[in-house]
Design a protein around this ligand. Structure first.
Ligand code: CA
Ligand code: CA
Length: 304
């Protein structure tokens, strides 16, 4: 297994990134990740207004995947996410979905119990639901801050990026250049307060490639659904782009007309909010794998 230490961190997904190591498809890779504060918050007395924002949202990597070339699809299966025992959630004045209501910064400790599968906050016990907030590859165009989501992935804050899911990325550069970080012990759709339960983690992945299968958006395949993840300047734009992308994918994969594809999506596709607090807003369009099997999608995208 290849191990990527957390000191190998980036703050921008750039087309010019140099890999810290190379791994073959199928090889296990363990990424040791900082929390989104780069460890600058270690107690409830540490508030966000006192930290250096040049060091938020680090991603560990990047790792070059052997054989990945522009136009391929890179699949990243999340084999495991092992979170640390202490997570923090914060409020930042002027941030989140109700920014004007947040008068003062606040920090809360969330303790995780991996054995019990729970985390605890203010006397509440919540399910422990580890997820990866930032995961992406080299973008096609200009560099993108690790705090911003886009077609290359990045800060998607999508809670389905969890153990057992596979995230598919368009490969824009030789080696793809995979990096990830910003894990959460728990997060609700929307991430309305502006943070999840931010936690250092050890994330184990394996990768796979579909050669020459261009597709311009990240996708997530869970146990039972296929999702297209879209980030735009507004939720309205993201909803429109995600719907259009799924209708097109249904047409291409199942050979249906536009009308039948749109009606099928209207009946059976869910639009879900991933997050509304980052520089771009993220929506995912989700459909059952029973209706849209992944092997049909993969074959259609590879032009078979
Ligand atoms: Ca995030
Ligand atoms: Ca986060």
């Amino acid at each position: 297994m290849k191990i990527v230490k957390s000191e190998n961190r980036i703050f921008e997904f750039s087309p010019l990134m140099n890999p810290v190591l190379e791994a073959a498809p199928g090889e296990r890779i363990l990424f040791e990740t900082h929390d989104c504060f780069s460890g600058q918050i270690s107690s409830e007395e540490d508030v966000c207004t006192g930290i250096d924002f040049d060091y938020v949202n680090p991603a560990t990597g990047p790792v070059a995947i052997k054989g990945a070339e522009k136009g391929d699809l890179l699949g990243v299966k999340i084999e495991d996410i092992e979170v640390a025992e202490r997570a923090f959630a914060v409020l930042v004045p002027g941030a989140g979905v109700i920014p004007d209501k947040v008068a003062a910064p606040a920090t809360r400790l969330i303790e995780t119990d991996t054995a019990a599968g729970t985390c605890s906050f203010a006397g509440f016990t919540l399910p422990l639901k580890p997820m990866v907030g930032v995961i992406g590859v080299a973008p096609a165009g200009e560099g993108v801050s690790t705090g911003t989501p886009g077609a290359h992935g990045g800060n998607m804050d999508t809670k389905d990026i969890k153990k057992g899911s596979t995230v598919w990325f368009p490969v824009n550069a030789e080696g793809a250049m995979l990096a990830l970080g910003d894990c959460h012990a728990a997060m609700g759709d929307g991430e309305v307060g502006c943070s999840g339960a931010e936690v250092p983690a050890k994330v184990t992945v394996t990768t796979g490639l579909i050669k020459n299968a261009p597709f311009g958006r990240p996708m997530v395949v869970t146990e039972d659904e296929l999702m297209i993840v879209v980030s735009e300047d507004s939720l309205d734009l993201a909803a429109e782009s995600a719907s259009e992308a799924m209708v097109s994918l249904v047409m291409k994969s199942l050979g249906l007309s536009f009308e039948d594809s749109l009606i099928l999506c209207s009946l059976a596709m869910d639009l879900r909010i991933s997050q509304v607090v980052d520089p771009k807003k993220t929506v995912r369009a989700a459909i059952s794998l029973f209706l849209l099997p992944w092997d049909r999608v993969a074959a259609a995208l590879a032009g078979e």
